[in-house]
Design a protein around this ligand. Structure first.
Ligand SMILES: NC(=O)c1ccc[n+]([C@@H]2O[C@H](COP(=O)([O-])OP(=O)(O)OC[C@H]3O[C@@H](n4cnc5c(N)ncnc54)[C@H](OP(=O)(O)O)[C@@H]3O)[C@@H](O)[C@H]2O)c1
Length: 308
């Protein structure tokens, strides 16, 4: 069977793990149609469609005739929700024009409430609301912190014994292995032609305190790794926020998220209810709805990272 997936917002480094995962699937012939403004080298199996995800016509031409679209929306800077929400609007308009069969959106844990203080999360809440009212057939995967983003790129620092995550050590975080997402999309959604009826918390229920992550990192690497203490790094990052805002640096949105992690952690039962009246959609968990699907643990991911 050949499965063609339109990959929208998937040309950056975060999405490259997904693209590799789709192409590495063992049993199916997976083809990717990737929308990008900037042609560059992509692995075999990726067909480039030149255009912008901000343009519904470009989105529609990437989605024409595919089995599904896999969508990431680009993070805004300065803790804003725009232009990320504008990108989603264009993607929805393009999908409607192309009469897309199935839109798979990678959202975030906590997108069930408005989060006015955290642009990265609030954008996903607004986008999920737009998707819900779009009449498109959608599957929404609410991911935790990506192991491949939070840990893998920091391997050099980790090998010096330092984990740059300066929040309180008892804050608990849920993690998602991005490789599980591609495997799940193919195995549980596209091959059996299933569309999720409600958002899925795409993480294991198990959360890890920062202190537990230190222990996992130390065990996997074979040497002691400790997180940077909250004082003074956390406060220095916050003090530098006006500079990051001025530069439109990614940290201008990442630091408010770090503050949220410090205050509330980041788990499936996140209780930061900014406005309880506007709670919308509760999500189920993979282990409840797809008990046969095995999710990678943080320990397994770290073991494979140091085995490379
Ligand atoms: N859960 C986690 O731990 C985690 C970690 C990191 C990121 N994320 C999420 O992953 C998503 C993507 O991350 P990202 O922001 O780093 O993506 P990104 O790589 O900056 O953007 C994705 C793609 O969107 C296109 N794009 C960006 N801005 C655009 C614009 N103004 N006009 C048209 N196209 C534009 C670009 O494609 P072209 O240039 O090729 O056209 C780009 O490659 C975000 O929603 C973020 O919140 C989650």
């Amino acid at each position: 069977m050949t499965i063609t997936i339109a990959a929208i917002g998937c040309s950056g480094p975060v999405a490259s793990v997904y693209i590799q995962g789709f192409l590495a699937h063992q049993t199916e012939d997976v083809r990717i149609r990737l929308l990008t403004r900037r042609p560059k080298e992509f692995p075999e199996g990726v067909e480039l469609v030149l255009g912008s995800m901000m343009n519904p016509d470009d989105v529609a031409s990437a989605m024409e005739g595919v089995d599904a679209a896999f969508v990431l929306t680009p993070m805004s800077t300065c803790n804003q929700t725009q232009p990320e929400v504008d990108a989603a609007k264009a993607v929805i308009a393009g999908a409607q024009k192309a009469q897309l069969k199935h839109l798979i959106y990678t959202s975030v844990l906590g997108a069930d409430h408005p989060r006015p203080r955290v642009g990265i999360l609030n954008a996903k809440y607004e986008i999920e609301t737009l998707l819900r009212h779009s009449n498109l057939s959608c599957s929404i995967l609410r991911c935790g912190t990506y192991m491949q983003d939070a840990i893998d790129p920091r391997i050099e620092l980790l090998n010096k014994g330092i984990y740059l995550f300066p929040i309180r050590k008892d804050a608990r975080i849920c993690y998602t292995c991005q490789k599980d997402v591609s495997r799940f999309v193919l195995q549980e959604l596209l091959i059996p032609h299933k569309i999720l009826s409600k958002p899925l918390n795409f993480t294991r229920a198990q959360s890890y305190s920062v202190a537990q992550v230190e222990d996992c990192l130390s065990a996997a690497s074979g040497h002691t790794i400790r997180a940077v203490p909250k004082f003074p790094a956390f406060y220095l990052f916050q003090a530098a926020l006006p500079i990051y805002n001025w530069q439109h640096h990614r940290f201008s949105s990442v630091i408010p998220l770090l503050v949220h992690f410090d205050q509330h952690g980041y788990t499936c039962d996140d209780d930061d209810d900014d406005d309880p009246d506007t709670t919308t959609t509760t999500a189920s968990l993979v282990e409840e709805t797809f008990p046969h699907f095995s999710m990678t643990t943080l320990e397994e991911h770290l073991a494979s990272l140091w085995a490379q």
